[in-house]
Structures are given as C-alpha cells and as structure tokens.
Design a protein around this ligand. Structure first.
Ligand code: ADP
Ligand code: MG
Length: 465
C-alpha cells in the first residue's frame, strides 16, 4: 500500500474514533510524508497541531500502525512543506471542490477616477486600505470545528474574489472570529494583487458616512468610493436594521458591485432572515451567494488558539494551564485573549512563571468540574430534550427518544472520551456498535444541522456551568 492510500485508510479509522472537530483540525489536513523500515513520518500543518497529536493521540496512532503490520517503525512528526500548505488551506474539500483555478485571479483594472492616478506599488496607502489591519491573517487563524467551513470559503474568496460565493455572508455569536476572517480575506486579496481596491468598513461607519454625505451633499463621492471597490467588506450588517435610507443606498451599492462581479463580504450576528426591518430585496440578495453559520470553537481548538496566541508573545504555557484557560472561556475568543493577556501581563510584572497556581489565583477555580460523570451527562441531556433518564436507558425506539440517546452517547465520547463499550453500557445497551453508529450519526448531523449544534452546545455549557 502506498503512503497516501495507507493514510486514507487510517483517516477512515480515525474519523469514527475521534470527535469530528479533532479529526478535522488535527488529522484531515495532515499526511504521511515518509515511510522507511525504521520510521513513519507524519507531516502536519503547524507546531500546535504536532504538539496536540503528540500529547493526545500518539499512542493511538502507534497502535493503528502496529495493527496494520508496521511493527518496527517509530512514528514521528514533521511540518508540511510550505508549497503543500498553500495547496492545503484547511479542509478545502468541504467547499472548494469545484475550484479548478488555483492561481490568483487577475483583477480587471476598474476605471475609477479616485484611484486611477495611483501608482501600482504595494506600499502605497490609499483610501481603499483604511479599514484593514495586518494583524488579521489566515496564517494566525486557528481552524477547528465551528469555523472550518467559513475559513475554507474565505480562502476561496481571497484567491478568486467575485467569482464564487458572492456575496459571502458569515454569521454567528460575538468573538468567534468573523471580523478576523473577513479581514484576512482583504489582506489575502492584497497579497495576491497589491493593486486591488479593498474597502473594509463597519456598518456603523457606513451609516455615519452616508448620513454625512447626505448632509454635506457629497452623495456622489460616497457612492463612487463604495462602488469603485473590487472587494467590499462590511462588518456587522445587522446594524442596518431600522435604517431605511441607508438600506436603500446599500441596495444600490450592492447591485452595482454584484453586477460588475466585484466581491461583497458581510458579517452579522444573525442570519439575514432574522435581521428586523431588513427590506425583502436586500434580504434575498444577502442570501444569493453563500451564507455560513459560524459557531464557537470546541475545546481542542480553544487550546490551540491559547497556545498560538501565547507563543506569539514568546510565552510557553504548560498543557495544564492551556487546558485551564480554554475551559474557563467557552465561547468568546476575545475574552479568552483577554484572560491570556492578563495572565501574561501579571507574570511579566511580578516576574512569575505562568503556572496553574498563578492562573487559578488570578481567575478563580476551574469552572469545569474535575470529575464530570457519565451520569451527569445523561441527566443533563435528558433534561434538555425533556425526556426521562429511564426512557433514555430503556428499550423505546421512538424518534424523540432515540435522538437524545444518541446525543448523550456523542457527548460522553467528546467530553469524557469514554470507550465505545463503556458508552453503550452507560445508556443501557450491550452492543458497542450501537454507540459507534450513534456517535457517527450525530457527528455528521451536527455539521449540517445548526439546531442540533446549538442543543449540544447548550448541554455542554450546562455541564460546565
Ligand atoms: P467577531 O467578529 O466574531 O466578534 P473577532 O474576529 O473580532 O470576532 O475575534 C475576536 C478575537 O478573537 C480576535 O482578536 C481574533 O483574532 C480572535 N480569534 C477568534 N477566532 C480565532 C481563531 N480561530 N484563531 C485565532 N484567533 C481567533
Ligand atoms: Mg466582529
């Protein structure tokens, strides 16, 4: 068997064993780079992924290789080479399968009086760069459950703006990386084409500029700037609710850009249909391209984010401290950065090592109960779905009992890492293949069904509350 088929077979095995977030973040983008008589080398995307695999799944991998007859080899890790990385941005297969062109698209020079005189140099700053911050890139964005689809779509747009997913609409809660990703698109487009005209604007700023333009009779200048963009990125579009005049103006901007195949990217804290007072004509346009529901990253991804942000500041945190911080803040990554910054600042000022004791002293005791029990998982799941624990453990096969039962198994696997036979027993079944089947089913559905995803998120939050 060649390296690639072997890895595909192993991925198949890992996919049914691991929680989907872990599988997609840590294993899917990896590959076997070398097999000899003495070693098997696995190439991974970055150092955080390597650390995690080494820490949590090394022995599992070794076992899997042993079972396949690779008994003599040492399993080791390396980084994917950078050209491989470029052709492997996240899990492309999810949304980019129809992407045939990998070269950056060449921009049509758009006849625009405002920038025509601008020399084609990458270090110029003109009004089309104002809102972009170099701090937000694809490279420093950690991909995991909750954001991988959005990440892949954003990368697709950065490579070929205006040609697919137009508009791109990302929505989801506060602090989960929406602004980061859409800014990364802007920066990515500029990296491919330094002359691209990018407008990044918050919706509040857009509204304010529009009102000023009306007041000072500069409407045409205002329209020219926005309609001259190659890529218009507008953040937090939900604030356009109740702003009738601005909605009219944005409608025309949108049409002008869309007709000219210019890329429009928006974010919102909710889907278009839930933005109150949004005119129908805007709502339908927002839904024309691709809407992606982002949600809070899972525990593993939060750990990787903490490690990455600490490493950027030249701080190495021990695994127990990383786990502690990632448990403390479950949804808002901005808050997670906040507590990390506080820990780092305290350690710098007081000249301390960032140990678990220091972290606990600063932020109180762990919110996550040390011994989350299987019983608690079953109880909280039953409660959430308004069924009784007896029903979950019993023989009934009605749909409204089976689904909660499967969710309970899924959470037992993702949170307590129990074995399949043990999970089956906890739910009163004696066949462990039932557990495997149930967990796979929920994993697949979780990716597709946002209602189920929020149910699982809510149960997890109750468990750790
Ligand atoms: P939103 O716009 O969804 O409210 P932001 O994009 O402003 O959230 O993200 C909040 C902070 O968290 C930013 O500093 C961002 O860099 C960081 N962040 C969020 N998700 C990630 C991620 N997956 N990897 C790295 N940093 C992240
Ligand atoms: Mg934001």
């Amino acid at each position: 068997m060649d390296k690639s088929s072997l890895w595909q077979a192993i991925l198949g095995e890992l996919e049914v064993t691991l929680a989907p977030g872990n599988f997609h973040t840590f294993f899917k983008p990896s590959e076997i780079s070398e097999i000899t008589d003495t070693k098997i080398v696995i190439a991974v995307k970055n150092v955080f992924i390597r650390n995690h695999i080494e820490k949590k799944w090394h022995s599992l991998l070794v076992d899997i290789f042993r079972q396949r007859g690779y008994t003599e080899q040492t399993v080791m890790y390396t980084m994917l080479s950078s050209d491989k990385l470029k052709s492997k941005p996240g899990d492309e297969s999810v949304v980019l399968q129809n992407q045939t062109q990998t070269k950056p698209a060449v921009f049509r020079p758009s006849p625009n009086p405002i920038t025509q005189s601008t020399p084609p140099s990458s270090d110029i700053t003109h009004s089309y760069r104002q809102g972009l911050s170099p701090r937000y890139t694809f490279e420093n964005f950690i991909v995991g459950s909750g954001n991988e689809l959005a990440y892949a779509a954003c990368q697709g747009v950065a490579v070929n703006p205006g040609t697919k997913y137009n508009p791109l609409f990302l929505y989801g809660g506060v602090g989960i990386g929406k602004t980061h990703l859409i800014q990364a698109v802007g920066n990515g487009v500029i990296a491919n084409n330094p002359n691209a005209k990018i407008v990044y604007v918050s919706t509040e700023q857009f509204i304010q500029e529009f009102l000023d333009a009306v007041r000072y009779k500069k409407n045409t200048d205002f329209a020219a700037v926005y309609r001259g963009a190659d890529v218009l990125i507008i953040d937090d579009i939900q604030f356009i609710a109740n702003k009738e005049k601005t909605q009219d103006e944005f409608f025309h901007t949108f049409n002008a850009l869309h007709q000219a195949n210019r890329q429009i990217i928006m974010t919102s804290d909710r889907p278009p249909k839930e933005i109150p007072t949004l005119t129908d004509r805007l709502r339908t346009r927002f839904e024309w391209g691709m809407s992606i529901d982002m949600h809070a990253p899972d525990f593993e991804t939060r750990c990787a984010i903490v490690q990455s942000k600490a490493a950027n500041r030249d701080f190495i945190l021990k695994p127990d401290v990383v786990d502690f911080l990632a448990n403390l803040i479950q949804t808002n990554i901005r808050e997670l950065e906040g507590i990390l910054n506080k820990l780092i600042a305290t350690c710098e000022v007081r000249n301390l090592d960032p140990t678990i004791d220091v972290a606990q002293a600063l932020f109180g005791n762990v919110r996550r109960p040390r011994h989350l029990s299987a019983k608690q998982v079953v109880e909280k799941t039953a409660k959430h779905f308004r069924v009784s624990v007896d029903e979950l453990l019993g023989p009934k096969r009605d749909k409204d009992i089976v689904m909660p039962r499967q969710v309970a198994m899924y959470i037992l696997r993702s949170e307590l890492k129990l074995s399949f036979p043990k999970i089956a027993r906890e739910l009163g079944r004696n066949d462990h293949t039932t557990a495997i089947h149930s967990i796979n089913k929920i994993a697949t559905e979780e990716a597709l069904n946002s209602e189920l995803r929020s149910a699982i998120q809510e149960i997890r939050e109750r468990l750790y509350a």
